[in-house]
Design a protein around this ligand. Sequence first.
Ligand SMILES: [Zn+2]
Length: 441
Amino acid sequence: MAAADSAELSDLMAFLDASPTPYHAAREVGARLARAGFGLLEEGAGWNLEPGARGYVLRGGTLVAFVMGTIPPWESGFVVLGAHTDSPNLRLKPSPELTQAGYRQAAVEVYGGVLLTTWLDKDLGLAGRVALAGGRHELVRLPGAPFRIPNLAIHLNRDVNKEGLVVNPQHHLAPIWGLESSGAGSVLELVTASLASTPAAGATAADILGFDLCFFDAQGATLGGAGGELIASARLDNLGSCHPITGALLDAGDAGATTRVIALHDHEEVGSQSSSGARSRLLESLLGRLVTSYAGAPADALPRALARSLFVSSDMAHAVHPNYPDKHDKLHRPLLGGGPVVKVNVSQSYATDAVAQGAFVEACRAEGVTPQFFVSRNDQPCGSTIGPITAARLGMRSLDIGNPMLAMHSCRETAGAADPAVMRRVLRRMLVEPPLRDPAA
Ligand SMILES: [Zn+2]
């Protein structure tokens, strides 16, 4: 097992803590790219790009960035690294103010496949974006962690350890943030107070015209295990992929022959069906604009480019759980710290095929890394990712990979501390060495 790279780990932990919502994650990646000379491009504006240009677009919680290659994409294809920025969580309902039995609470809606019981007894913060009068919008993050969803005492639920805890998402999830007797204002007043340090300072609750606000585990990322070989944090699925992908693009440096792209999409956890999700036209439209930026682009430049391209979908993978080893096929049990996992599903819940897998394994070998493999048990349904969606949407050859983790979709997940740096190196190699030698295979 490789030793953890401490600089890489602290940077990953800072990234996780700075990104409580997909909007914050996309902005944080954008800020990192901007420091390396990537320009923010407005999708509604005309672009004047040349080979070697680097830039990115932001659409809500989605970011797509590129470094244009020196050879036109219809001759060299694209290498696209993809991941998702969103994680399952609880979100504030449009009419959020709730008082019950003497408590002030917030009304919530469930986003994605939340492991509900893991949100109980946690210190919860609130962050996201608000739309304000005058067409303005701001990212917000309330200070501290005013919210909490207390468990029911075992004395009032005597059979819970035999029967399991059943959480009704309508009745049992509203976080408490105070007592009615305190006379404190409203949740939206807490939100406007947190706008004080932004250009929207002075806004009142009545100025908030809309919001996308997410609750999050306020405990930051921490290292665990006696030797610091584990990392625990919220949102490892899938910020644990966004971070090495961003790092790989930065490490790849100046433009090479092939155009490099990273696509970090929102809304994977709810099916990707949105104007910024992997089912949208966003990536296709951006690739089309890049292709036509090259002098002499033929009319069929985009389909020719896509036919030569590779999409690498990175999403966290299920490591074997020591208390439940039989949940895995015994020949396919990825381990934390064991390096990148290639995900295979012949029914195409994962997009991996032999040729794309070969390109990835070759990149791993060149980095001295032995990949692990995951395939679901035959009697257990398989999850999916943006890999098959993008493969079907754009017709690019694709594969699914990811670093191993435990407790996927828990409020607080666990992964291996050594794996992120290894993934970053392998992905950098995928970007700098065009991986598909025979796209027609
Ligand atoms: Zn995921």
